[in-house]
Ligand binder design. Structure first.
Ligand code: ADP
Ligand code: MG
Length: 559
């Protein structure tokens, strides 16, 4: 009897879903592999693109790992980690987002047989971490510095990095054209960290090659009133006035109640209204500015007034654009027209309103504070320009990264093969199980060249064998075996370094680091607990709301 009275231990709420141990680990690994399979085919210059459309009918075509992962809307808790590392790679270095996902999934895939055989995951994690730090040291050792080169040389080298990034994108066909544009843009803003100083404006229509770079600010012509056409559209060395006020005739009766005893006084009120606006306009003109921009509306009266005095004006300029004009021309945005001193006016060498395709653009170039650039992108479909913008963003990030860290490694899988070889060699010096794990890590690194081959339709096994043989040749210098990678044009192998398939070292370092971290994180999880509370609470709330809603609805109709 007493035995039956023994209390039962209840730890978790009823309905809690737990799974743990080996099956849980294996299932997480499988989920990650499935995610990687989605982006696998996008890697490299011959990679395919993905078209993703959501329930709102938005269509995105992209080759960018981070963009695809973001749009996939993954709900698997472990696989979500891969989305996070793709995002972090995107914000840290801008490129290598597919690479990082593939690497993480491959590290896990190589770990799977060991886990199934009963190896404790902590042993794997320890070896992976060791392998990771060895790999990163080796990359640093192999990287070539572009420090100390002349500006022209540096530009050329950075252009190569940008071209490598762009080669895997939709605009890859014009990679040299865009690469030099990106390098010029980055050079223009110098060491400034604010990315929004490089503006990208999209103008549908025309050819990719009609895209151009403005060393300064450009934005689309704003809404304008009659009289605008009489304004001059071109200035040399104009002063620029930036405002955040409305220049419009206001009927002041909206602001105050006015009582008149004599009808003849009415005219004086009307006159006063006109005087207010004319006073404002006069002050603008007296400031000596030839270009007047405002965040808020500039009405028809003001437009005509400025036109008569050979001044250009634009109202309703987007805040972002106005701020960039301010940064570039050295002006400050004013909230009042009283006391406009010379210091608050901006200036530039050249202002022009120019036709770009079907749109007109206000272009400020030769700005004294320099540090801005605008790329005006042309191209066919909207999705195309969107993807082009994302690609340029990658390239801009890469050039900025490379110009700061200034070390590059050969791409096309060359650096991956070399590290793989190095780790294999190293593993032979280790006694114990760790040897196997580091070997597995080394094997996983080969996924990059293998996938590059697969995506291009080459015989991956054949190419990889050639690469292994080349890298095994006793040479440590870049420019010999170590820099051989997949030749995307012929299906053989080629010296990636000599062919200028270059990537900033930081892309690889960051990718390997993040992928290892993610793999270790997933390997260290042996139990998932799904808490029923929050879910059912939500469910109840939803049910309750529905029930109430329905009840009331019926009741009301009946009444
Ligand atoms: P990620 O999102 O990881 O940057 P990409 O689709 O941009 O993925 O592919 C990058 C890979 O393609 C890198 O490993 C890079 O070395 C390789 N790659 C780029 N251009 C070439 C080329 N011309 N020949 C061979 N490999 C290239
Ligand atoms: Mg890329």
């Amino acid at each position: 009897m007493a035995a039956m009275m023994q209390p039962q231990i209840i730890l978790l709420k009823e309905g809690t879903d737990t799974s743990q141990g080996k099956p849980q680990l294996v299932s997480n690994i499988n989920a990650c592999t499935a995610v990687a399979d989605v982006v696998r085919t996008t890697l490299g210059p011959r990679g395919m693109d993905k078209l993703i459309h959501d329930d709102k009918g938005n269509v995105t075509i992209s080759n960018d790992g981070a963009t695809i992962m973001k749009l996939l809307d993954i709900i698997h808790p472990a696989a979500k980690i891969l989305v996070d590392i793709a995002k972090s790679q995107d914000s840290e270095v801008g490129d290598g987002t597919t690479t990082v996902v593939l690497l993480a999934a491959e590290f896990l895939k190589e770990a799977k047989p060991f886990i199934e055989d009963g190896v404790h995951s902590q042993n794997l994690i320890r070896s992976y971490r060791t392998a990771c730090s060895l790999a990163i040291e080796k990359i640093k050792e192999l990287a070539t510095s572009i420090e100390g080169k002349s500006l022209d040389e540096k530009k050329c080298l950075l252009g190569k990095c940008a071209a490598t990034t762009l080669s895997s994108k939709l605009i890859g066909g014009e990679k040299e054209f865009f690469a030099s544009m990106v390098v010029d843009a980055v050079m223009a803003i110098g060491n400034d960290d604010r990315l929004n100083l490089i503006g990208i404006k999209k103008v549908p229509g025309g050819n990719m090659r009609d895209s151009f770079l403005v060393n300064g600010v450009a934005f689309k012509k704003t809404f304008s009133y009659a009289g605008f056409e009489q304004q001059p559209k071109k200035f040399v060395d104009p002063k620029i006035l930036l405002l955040n006020i409305e220049l419009e005739l206001k009927s002041e009766k909206e602001n105050a109640e006015i009582r008149l005893s004599d009808p003849t006084q009415y005219q004086s009120i009307v006159d006063a209204e006109w005087n207010i606006i004319y006073d404002k306009l006069d002050k603008c003109v007296q400031s000596g500015a030839k270009v007047v921009l405002s965040r808020l509306a500039i009405g028809d009266l003001a437009t005509q007034y400025f036109a008569d005095r050979d001044i250009f004006c634009a109202g309703r300029v987007a805040e972002e654009d106005l701020n960039r004009v301010a940064a570039a021309t050295g002006g400050t945005v004013q909230t009042s027209v009283n006391n406009i001193i010379d210091e608050v006016l901006g200036s530039c060498e050249h202002f022009e309103e120019k036709q770009v395709g079907g749109e007109r653009f206000n272009i400020f170039s030769g700005c004294p504070s320099g540090r801005t650039a605008t790329i005006v992108l042309r191209g066919g479909a909207d999705q195309f320009i969107e993807e082009a913008e994302r690609s340029l963003h990658d390239a801009i990030m890469i050039v900025r990264r490379a110009s700061k860290n200034s070390t590059v490694v050969p791409g096309g899988g060359a650096i991956d093969m070399e590290i793989s070889k190095y780790l294999r060699q190293h593993s032979r010096t280790i006694a114990g199980k760790s040897q196997l794990f580091i070997n597995a890590y080394a094997k996983a690194l080969e996924v990059i060249p293998r996938q590059l081959c697969d995506n291009a339709g080459f015989d991956a096994t054949d190419v990889l064998n050639k690469l292994r043989q080349k890298h095994a040749m006793p040479s440590v210098l870049i420019g010999e075996g170590a820099s051989y990678g997949v030749d995307i044009n012929t299906g053989g192998i080629a010296d990636s370094f000599a062919n200028f398939v270059w990537e900033p070292a930081v892309v690889k370092i960051n990718a390997i680091n993040a992928a290892t971290e993610a793999a270790c994180l997933i390997l260290s999880v042996d139990e998932t607990v799904k808490n029923p509370k929050s879910e059912s609470a939500q469910g109840e709330a939803a049910m309750g709301a529905m029930g109430r809603g329905r009840g009331r609805g019926r009741g009301m109709r009946r009444r």
